[in-house]
Design a protein around this ligand. Structure first.
Ligand code: ADP
Ligand code: UVW
Ligand code: MG
Length: 412
Protein backbone atom coordinates (compact mmCIF):
# COMPACT_ATOMS: atom_id res chain seq x y z
CA UNK A 1 0.00 0.00 0.00
CA UNK A 2 1.44 3.38 -0.92
CA UNK A 3 0.87 6.20 1.48
CA UNK A 4 -1.66 8.55 -0.09
CA UNK A 5 -2.93 10.69 2.76
CA UNK A 6 -1.89 14.21 3.67
CA UNK A 7 -2.75 16.05 6.88
CA UNK A 8 -2.94 19.82 6.42
CA UNK A 9 -2.55 22.19 9.36
CA UNK A 10 -3.49 25.84 9.07
CA UNK A 11 -2.43 27.32 12.40
CA UNK A 12 -3.61 30.87 13.08
CA UNK A 13 -2.84 33.05 16.06
CA UNK A 14 -5.56 31.47 18.20
CA UNK A 15 -6.88 28.65 16.03
CA UNK A 16 -5.93 25.54 14.09
CA UNK A 17 -7.91 24.48 11.03
CA UNK A 18 -7.07 21.00 9.77
CA UNK A 19 -8.00 18.54 7.06
CA UNK A 20 -6.98 14.97 6.37
CA UNK A 21 -7.17 14.23 2.64
CA UNK A 22 -6.77 11.14 0.49
CA UNK A 23 -4.78 12.42 -2.48
CA UNK A 24 -5.81 9.59 -4.78
CA UNK A 25 -9.03 11.52 -5.37
CA UNK A 26 -8.48 14.65 -3.23
CA UNK A 27 -11.33 13.55 -0.96
CA UNK A 28 -11.56 14.76 2.63
CA UNK A 29 -11.46 12.07 5.30
CA UNK A 30 -11.76 14.44 8.26
CA UNK A 31 -11.95 18.19 8.82
CA UNK A 32 -11.94 20.27 11.95
CA UNK A 33 -11.13 23.39 13.85
CA UNK A 34 -9.73 24.30 17.25
CA UNK A 35 -10.70 27.82 18.28
CA UNK A 36 -9.85 30.20 21.12
CA UNK A 37 -6.57 28.50 21.96
CA UNK A 38 -5.10 29.97 25.14
CA UNK A 39 -8.44 31.25 26.41
CA UNK A 40 -10.26 29.72 29.38
CA UNK A 41 -12.72 27.88 27.18
CA UNK A 42 -11.34 26.59 23.88
CA UNK A 43 -13.48 24.71 21.41
CA UNK A 44 -12.71 21.76 19.16
CA UNK A 45 -15.00 20.71 16.34
CA UNK A 46 -14.10 17.52 14.50
CA UNK A 47 -15.96 16.02 11.54
CA UNK A 48 -14.89 12.51 10.49
CA UNK A 49 -16.30 12.58 6.95
CA UNK A 50 -14.89 9.17 6.04
CA UNK A 51 -16.47 7.54 9.08
CA UNK A 52 -19.81 9.00 7.96
CA UNK A 53 -20.51 10.20 11.48
CA UNK A 54 -21.64 13.63 12.52
CA UNK A 55 -19.44 16.29 14.04
CA UNK A 56 -18.06 15.96 17.55
CA UNK A 57 -17.60 19.09 19.64
CA UNK A 58 -15.62 19.58 22.77
CA UNK A 59 -15.10 22.63 24.98
CA UNK A 60 -12.44 23.10 27.63
CA UNK A 61 -9.07 24.72 28.15
CA UNK A 62 -6.45 24.19 25.42
CA UNK A 63 -3.39 26.13 26.54
CA UNK A 64 -1.38 26.40 23.34
CA UNK A 65 -0.91 25.11 19.79
CA UNK A 66 1.06 22.10 21.02
CA UNK A 67 -1.90 20.99 23.15
CA UNK A 68 -4.28 21.80 20.28
CA UNK A 69 -2.48 19.56 17.82
CA UNK A 70 -2.30 16.72 20.35
CA UNK A 71 -6.07 17.04 20.86
CA UNK A 72 -6.56 16.90 17.08
CA UNK A 73 -4.36 13.78 16.88
CA UNK A 74 -6.46 12.13 19.61
CA UNK A 75 -9.70 12.90 17.74
CA UNK A 76 -8.32 11.49 14.49
CA UNK A 77 -7.18 8.34 16.31
CA UNK A 78 -10.75 7.68 17.53
CA UNK A 79 -11.79 7.15 13.90
CA UNK A 80 -8.81 5.00 13.02
CA UNK A 81 -7.25 7.97 11.20
CA UNK A 82 -4.48 8.59 13.74
CA UNK A 83 -1.12 10.15 12.94
CA UNK A 84 0.50 6.73 13.39
CA UNK A 85 -1.20 5.50 10.19
CA UNK A 86 1.19 4.09 7.57
CA UNK A 87 -1.09 5.64 4.94
CA UNK A 88 -0.02 9.14 5.95
CA UNK A 89 2.48 10.41 3.34
CA UNK A 90 3.24 13.85 4.77
CA UNK A 91 1.98 16.72 6.87
CA UNK A 92 1.52 20.05 5.07
CA UNK A 93 1.70 23.29 7.06
CA UNK A 94 0.52 26.75 6.09
CA UNK A 95 3.36 29.09 7.00
CA UNK A 96 2.37 32.72 6.73
CA UNK A 97 5.72 34.48 6.35
CA UNK A 98 8.44 32.95 4.17
CA UNK A 99 10.25 36.20 3.40
CA UNK A 100 11.89 36.54 0.00
CA UNK A 101 13.69 33.24 0.30
CA UNK A 102 10.90 30.67 -0.03
CA UNK A 103 9.31 30.76 -3.47
CA UNK A 104 8.13 27.13 -3.46
CA UNK A 105 6.73 24.57 -0.99
CA UNK A 106 9.66 23.29 1.06
CA UNK A 107 10.41 20.14 3.08
CA UNK A 108 11.17 21.34 6.60
CA UNK A 109 14.65 20.82 8.07
CA UNK A 110 16.50 22.67 10.84
CA UNK A 111 17.57 25.47 8.51
CA UNK A 112 13.98 26.01 7.33
CA UNK A 113 12.75 26.09 10.93
CA UNK A 114 15.43 28.64 11.80
CA UNK A 115 14.38 30.88 8.90
CA UNK A 116 10.67 30.73 9.87
CA UNK A 117 11.71 31.64 13.40
CA UNK A 118 13.85 34.53 12.18
CA UNK A 119 10.78 35.97 10.43
CA UNK A 120 8.67 36.10 13.62
CA UNK A 121 9.12 39.88 14.05
CA UNK A 122 7.34 40.46 10.71
CA UNK A 123 4.52 37.95 11.35
CA UNK A 124 4.12 37.98 15.13
CA UNK A 125 0.50 36.75 15.06
CA UNK A 126 1.14 33.86 12.70
CA UNK A 127 4.68 32.45 12.43
CA UNK A 128 4.99 31.36 16.12
CA UNK A 129 1.81 29.28 15.77
CA UNK A 130 3.04 27.82 12.46
CA UNK A 131 6.36 26.87 14.10
CA UNK A 132 4.68 25.17 17.05
CA UNK A 133 2.46 23.22 14.65
CA UNK A 134 5.50 21.95 12.75
CA UNK A 135 7.49 21.07 15.88
CA UNK A 136 4.59 19.19 17.48
CA UNK A 137 3.89 17.31 14.25
CA UNK A 138 7.59 16.42 14.01
CA UNK A 139 7.53 15.08 17.57
CA UNK A 140 4.46 12.97 16.82
CA UNK A 141 5.81 11.60 13.52
CA UNK A 142 9.59 12.18 13.30
CA UNK A 143 9.81 9.91 10.25
CA UNK A 144 7.33 11.87 8.10
CA UNK A 145 8.18 14.77 5.81
CA UNK A 146 6.77 18.04 7.11
CA UNK A 147 6.15 20.46 4.25
CA UNK A 148 5.86 24.22 4.63
CA UNK A 149 3.64 26.02 2.11
CA UNK A 150 4.18 29.76 2.34
CA UNK A 151 1.56 32.51 2.06
CA UNK A 152 4.24 34.74 0.59
CA UNK A 153 5.42 32.39 -2.20
CA UNK A 154 2.88 33.37 -4.89
CA UNK A 155 3.78 37.04 -4.49
CA UNK A 156 7.51 36.65 -5.09
CA UNK A 157 6.85 37.38 -8.79
CA UNK A 158 5.91 41.01 -8.00
CA UNK A 159 8.15 43.48 -9.83
CA UNK A 160 10.43 45.67 -7.72
CA UNK A 161 8.26 48.67 -8.59
CA UNK A 162 5.38 47.07 -6.66
CA UNK A 163 7.41 45.30 -3.97
CA UNK A 164 9.56 48.20 -2.78
CA UNK A 165 8.50 50.96 -0.45
CA UNK A 166 9.73 54.42 -1.33
CA UNK A 167 12.13 54.64 1.60
CA UNK A 168 15.91 54.84 1.80
CA UNK A 169 17.18 51.83 -0.13
CA UNK A 170 20.06 50.97 2.21
CA UNK A 171 17.85 51.03 5.30
CA UNK A 172 15.24 48.92 3.52
CA UNK A 173 17.82 46.36 2.38
CA UNK A 174 19.54 46.16 5.75
CA UNK A 175 16.25 45.30 7.48
CA UNK A 176 14.72 43.43 4.53
CA UNK A 177 11.83 45.86 4.41
CA UNK A 178 9.71 45.27 1.32
CA UNK A 179 6.20 44.22 0.41
CA UNK A 180 5.89 40.42 0.68
CA UNK A 181 2.12 39.90 0.48
CA UNK A 182 0.09 37.11 2.08
CA UNK A 183 -2.83 34.72 1.44
CA UNK A 184 -0.80 33.69 -1.63
CA UNK A 185 -2.04 30.09 -1.58
CA UNK A 186 -5.57 31.42 -1.87
CA UNK A 187 -4.74 34.03 -4.53
CA UNK A 188 -2.99 31.35 -6.61
CA UNK A 189 -5.81 28.83 -6.28
CA UNK A 190 -8.61 31.34 -6.89
CA UNK A 191 -6.96 33.01 -9.89
CA UNK A 192 -6.52 29.60 -11.54
CA UNK A 193 -10.08 28.54 -10.67
CA UNK A 194 -11.36 31.82 -12.14
CA UNK A 195 -9.55 31.16 -15.42
CA UNK A 196 -11.14 27.72 -15.46
CA UNK A 197 -14.58 29.23 -14.86
CA UNK A 198 -14.02 31.44 -17.91
CA UNK A 199 -12.93 28.39 -19.93
CA UNK A 200 -9.44 29.82 -20.43
CA UNK A 201 -5.86 28.99 -19.52
CA UNK A 202 -4.44 30.92 -16.53
CA UNK A 203 -1.75 32.38 -18.85
CA UNK A 204 -4.47 34.08 -20.89
CA UNK A 205 -6.38 35.93 -18.19
CA UNK A 206 -5.87 38.95 -15.96
CA UNK A 207 -7.71 38.68 -12.66
CA UNK A 208 -8.23 40.86 -9.59
CA UNK A 209 -8.66 38.52 -6.61
CA UNK A 210 -10.36 39.88 -3.49
CA UNK A 211 -9.70 37.55 -0.53
CA UNK A 212 -12.05 38.87 2.14
CA UNK A 213 -11.85 36.81 5.33
CA UNK A 214 -10.97 38.02 8.79
CA UNK A 215 -7.67 39.03 7.28
CA UNK A 216 -8.29 40.51 3.81
CA UNK A 217 -6.14 41.19 0.77
CA UNK A 218 -6.44 42.00 -2.91
CA UNK A 219 -4.10 40.92 -5.68
CA UNK A 220 -3.56 41.74 -9.34
CA UNK A 221 -2.73 38.59 -11.29
CA UNK A 222 -1.52 38.88 -14.88
CA UNK A 223 -1.43 35.64 -16.85
CA UNK A 224 -1.17 33.54 -13.68
CA UNK A 225 1.57 35.63 -12.05
CA UNK A 226 1.04 38.06 -9.20
CA UNK A 227 2.04 41.61 -10.14
CA UNK A 228 0.74 43.45 -7.07
CA UNK A 229 -0.95 42.70 -3.76
CA UNK A 230 -2.33 44.80 -0.94
CA UNK A 231 -0.55 43.33 2.09
CA UNK A 232 3.03 44.38 2.68
CA UNK A 233 5.94 43.70 5.03
CA UNK A 234 3.30 42.28 7.39
CA UNK A 235 -0.40 41.38 6.98
CA UNK A 236 -1.38 44.83 8.29
CA UNK A 237 -1.28 46.84 5.05
CA UNK A 238 -4.08 47.28 2.56
CA UNK A 239 -7.78 46.60 2.95
CA UNK A 240 -9.88 47.25 6.04
CA UNK A 241 -10.01 43.89 7.88
CA UNK A 242 -11.87 42.33 10.80
CA UNK A 243 -9.47 43.73 13.41
CA UNK A 244 -6.66 45.37 11.35
CA UNK A 245 -6.60 48.93 10.07
CA UNK A 246 -5.07 48.33 6.65
CA UNK A 247 -3.63 51.44 4.95
CA UNK A 248 -3.17 54.67 6.85
CA UNK A 249 -0.66 57.49 7.11
CA UNK A 250 2.35 55.97 8.94
CA UNK A 251 2.60 59.24 10.87
CA UNK A 252 -0.45 58.12 12.87
CA UNK A 253 2.02 55.90 14.72
CA UNK A 254 4.38 58.76 15.62
CA UNK A 255 1.41 60.85 16.65
CA UNK A 256 0.05 58.14 18.97
CA UNK A 257 3.51 57.66 20.50
CA UNK A 258 4.18 61.38 21.00
CA UNK A 259 0.75 62.81 21.73
CA UNK A 260 -1.17 59.71 22.83
CA UNK A 261 1.74 58.51 25.00
CA UNK A 262 1.35 54.94 23.74
CA UNK A 263 4.16 52.37 23.58
CA UNK A 264 5.10 50.62 20.34
CA UNK A 265 3.59 47.40 21.72
CA UNK A 266 0.31 49.19 22.50
CA UNK A 267 0.14 50.73 19.04
CA UNK A 268 0.90 47.34 17.47
CA UNK A 269 -2.01 45.80 19.39
CA UNK A 270 -4.28 48.73 18.52
CA UNK A 271 -3.65 48.47 14.77
CA UNK A 272 -3.61 44.66 14.51
CA UNK A 273 -6.30 43.66 16.99
CA UNK A 274 -8.50 46.62 17.87
CA UNK A 275 -8.89 48.38 14.53
CA UNK A 276 -10.61 47.57 11.24
CA UNK A 277 -14.29 46.69 11.55
CA UNK A 278 -14.08 45.88 15.26
CA UNK A 279 -12.45 49.22 16.01
CA UNK A 280 -14.96 51.11 13.91
CA UNK A 281 -18.16 49.53 15.21
CA UNK A 282 -17.37 46.91 17.87
CA UNK A 283 -18.06 43.90 15.62
CA UNK A 284 -15.74 42.12 13.19
CA UNK A 285 -18.24 39.62 11.83
CA UNK A 286 -19.84 40.86 8.61
CA UNK A 287 -23.06 38.95 9.38
CA UNK A 288 -23.49 40.89 12.61
CA UNK A 289 -22.63 44.17 10.89
CA UNK A 290 -25.26 43.58 8.19
CA UNK A 291 -27.82 42.69 10.87
CA UNK A 292 -27.11 45.95 12.69
CA UNK A 293 -27.34 47.93 9.44
CA UNK A 294 -30.75 46.39 8.77
CA UNK A 295 -31.81 47.73 12.19
CA UNK A 296 -30.62 51.22 11.27
CA UNK A 297 -27.35 51.22 13.25
CA UNK A 298 -25.26 54.17 12.00
CA UNK A 299 -21.89 53.03 13.37
CA UNK A 300 -22.25 49.69 11.62
CA UNK A 301 -23.23 51.51 8.41
CA UNK A 302 -20.17 53.77 8.59
CA UNK A 303 -17.87 50.79 9.24
CA UNK A 304 -19.36 49.06 6.19
CA UNK A 305 -18.97 52.19 4.06
CA UNK A 306 -15.29 52.57 5.03
CA UNK A 307 -14.69 48.88 4.27
CA UNK A 308 -16.31 49.24 0.83
CA UNK A 309 -14.59 52.52 0.00
CA UNK A 310 -11.16 50.92 0.53
CA UNK A 311 -12.14 47.84 -1.47
CA UNK A 312 -13.31 49.98 -4.36
CA UNK A 313 -10.06 51.95 -4.34
CA UNK A 314 -8.08 48.71 -4.71
CA UNK A 315 -10.31 47.52 -7.55
CA UNK A 316 -9.60 50.78 -9.34
CA UNK A 317 -5.89 50.64 -8.56
CA UNK A 318 -5.47 47.08 -9.82
CA UNK A 319 -7.58 47.82 -12.88
CA UNK A 320 -5.01 50.48 -13.71
CA UNK A 321 -2.07 48.19 -12.87
CA UNK A 322 -3.39 45.42 -15.14
CA UNK A 323 -4.71 47.64 -17.95
CA UNK A 324 -6.97 44.86 -19.19
CA UNK A 325 -9.06 43.01 -16.63
CA UNK A 326 -10.89 39.81 -17.55
CA UNK A 327 -12.38 39.01 -14.16
CA UNK A 328 -12.79 40.06 -10.56
CA UNK A 329 -13.08 37.15 -8.13
CA UNK A 330 -14.54 37.42 -4.62
CA UNK A 331 -13.41 34.78 -2.14
CA UNK A 332 -13.05 33.77 1.59
CA UNK A 333 -15.70 34.11 4.31
CA UNK A 334 -16.96 37.60 3.42
CA UNK A 335 -16.30 37.42 -0.33
CA UNK A 336 -18.08 34.08 -0.70
CA UNK A 337 -21.06 34.85 1.53
CA UNK A 338 -21.77 38.56 1.76
CA UNK A 339 -23.77 39.55 -1.35
CA UNK A 340 -24.18 43.18 -0.13
CA UNK A 341 -20.37 43.56 0.00
CA UNK A 342 -20.01 42.35 -3.59
CA UNK A 343 -22.82 44.56 -4.80
CA UNK A 344 -21.49 47.67 -3.06
CA UNK A 345 -17.87 47.06 -4.12
CA UNK A 346 -18.69 47.29 -7.84
CA UNK A 347 -21.62 49.74 -7.61
CA UNK A 348 -21.08 52.66 -9.98
CA UNK A 349 -18.23 50.99 -11.87
CA UNK A 350 -20.29 50.38 -15.04
CA UNK A 351 -17.99 52.69 -17.04
CA UNK A 352 -15.21 50.15 -16.31
CA UNK A 353 -17.40 47.32 -17.63
CA UNK A 354 -18.11 46.12 -14.09
CA UNK A 355 -21.57 45.20 -12.83
CA UNK A 356 -23.34 42.65 -10.68
CA UNK A 357 -26.65 40.98 -11.57
CA UNK A 358 -28.78 41.11 -8.37
CA UNK A 359 -30.38 37.71 -8.96
CA UNK A 360 -27.11 35.94 -9.69
CA UNK A 361 -25.49 37.72 -6.74
CA UNK A 362 -28.17 36.37 -4.39
CA UNK A 363 -27.47 32.74 -5.33
CA UNK A 364 -25.63 30.81 -2.60
CA UNK A 365 -23.43 27.78 -3.18
CA UNK A 366 -20.06 26.11 -2.94
CA UNK A 367 -19.23 26.16 -6.65
CA UNK A 368 -17.44 28.92 -8.57
CA UNK A 369 -20.06 31.08 -10.29
CA UNK A 370 -20.47 34.25 -12.34
CA UNK A 371 -22.51 37.08 -10.86
CA UNK A 372 -22.05 39.64 -13.66
CA UNK A 373 -24.82 40.17 -16.25
CA UNK A 374 -24.60 38.15 -19.47
CA UNK A 375 -22.31 39.85 -21.98
CA UNK A 376 -20.51 41.99 -19.38
CA UNK A 377 -17.08 43.22 -20.48
CA UNK A 378 -15.48 42.07 -17.20
CA UNK A 379 -16.62 38.88 -15.47
CA UNK A 380 -17.44 39.24 -11.78
CA UNK A 381 -17.26 35.90 -10.00
CA UNK A 382 -17.62 34.22 -6.62
CA UNK A 383 -14.86 31.62 -6.39
CA UNK A 384 -14.67 29.69 -3.11
CA UNK A 385 -11.09 29.33 -1.96
CA UNK A 386 -9.62 26.05 -0.75
CA UNK A 387 -6.27 26.74 0.87
CA UNK A 388 -6.20 23.30 2.50
CA UNK A 389 -6.64 21.43 -0.80
CA UNK A 390 -4.00 23.60 -2.42
CA UNK A 391 -1.56 22.96 0.46
CA UNK A 392 -2.29 19.22 0.33
CA UNK A 393 -1.77 19.14 -3.43
CA UNK A 394 1.55 20.97 -3.24
CA UNK A 395 2.68 18.86 -0.28
CA UNK A 396 1.84 15.57 -1.98
CA UNK A 397 3.50 16.59 -5.23
CA UNK A 398 6.67 17.57 -3.35
CA UNK A 399 7.02 14.31 -1.41
CA UNK A 400 6.78 12.27 -4.56
CA UNK A 401 3.14 11.31 -4.57
CA UNK A 402 1.45 11.26 -7.94
CA UNK A 403 1.51 14.79 -9.26
CA UNK A 404 -2.06 15.83 -8.59
CA UNK A 405 -1.76 19.13 -10.39
CA UNK A 406 -4.11 17.81 -13.06
CA UNK A 407 -6.81 17.52 -10.42
CA UNK A 408 -6.39 21.00 -9.11
CA UNK A 409 -9.03 23.59 -9.86
CA UNK A 410 -8.09 25.54 -12.89
CA UNK A 411 -5.73 22.97 -14.35
CA UNK A 412 -7.95 20.12 -15.34
N1 ADP B 1 -22.95 34.22 5.72
C1 ADP B 1 -22.05 35.19 5.90
N2 ADP B 1 -22.36 36.47 5.59
C2 ADP B 1 -21.48 37.45 5.76
N3 ADP B 1 -20.22 37.26 6.23
C3 ADP B 1 -19.86 36.01 6.54
C4 ADP B 1 -20.73 34.91 6.39
N4 ADP B 1 -20.08 33.79 6.78
C5 ADP B 1 -18.84 34.19 7.16
N5 ADP B 1 -18.70 35.51 7.03
C6 ADP B 1 -17.52 36.32 7.33
O1 ADP B 1 -16.35 35.59 7.09
C7 ADP B 1 -15.38 35.90 8.10
C8 ADP B 1 -14.41 34.76 8.26
O2 ADP B 1 -13.84 34.46 7.00
P1 ADP B 1 -12.73 33.33 6.85
O3 ADP B 1 -12.31 33.32 5.44
O4 ADP B 1 -13.22 32.07 7.43
O5 ADP B 1 -11.62 34.00 7.75
P2 ADP B 1 -10.26 33.51 8.36
O6 ADP B 1 -9.78 32.35 7.53
O7 ADP B 1 -9.40 34.71 8.22
O8 ADP B 1 -10.56 33.14 9.77
C9 ADP B 1 -16.21 36.16 9.33
O9 ADP B 1 -15.59 37.06 10.19
C10 ADP B 1 -17.49 36.76 8.76
O10 ADP B 1 -17.38 38.17 8.80
C1 UVW C 1 -1.96 36.51 6.59
C2 UVW C 1 -3.31 36.65 7.17
O1 UVW C 1 -3.83 37.73 7.32
O2 UVW C 1 -3.92 35.51 7.49
P1 UVW C 1 -5.36 35.34 8.15
O3 UVW C 1 -6.35 35.96 7.23
O4 UVW C 1 -5.51 33.85 8.28
O5 UVW C 1 -5.30 36.06 9.48
MG1 MG D 1 -8.34 32.49 6.05
Amino acid sequence: MTASRVLVLNSGSSSVKYQLLDMRDSSRLAVGLVERIGEQVSRLKHTPLAAGGGSREWSGPIADHDAALKAVAAELAKDGLGLDSPELAAIGHRVVHGGKHFTEPTVVDDAVLAEIERLIPVAPLHNPANLTGIRTAQALRPDLPQVAVFDTAFHTTMPESAARYAIDVETADRHRIRRYGFHGTSHAYVSRATAKLLGKAPEDVNVIVLHLGNGASASAVRGGRCVDTSMGLTPLEGLVMGTRSGDMDPAVIFHLARVGDMSIAEIDTLLNKKSGLIGLCGDNDMREIRRRIDEGDERAQLAFDIYIHRLKKYIGAYYAVLGRVDAIAFTAGVGENAAPVREAAVAGLDPLGLAVDPELNAVRGDEPRLISPAGARVAVAVVPTDEELEIATQTYALVGGTDMRAHRAGND
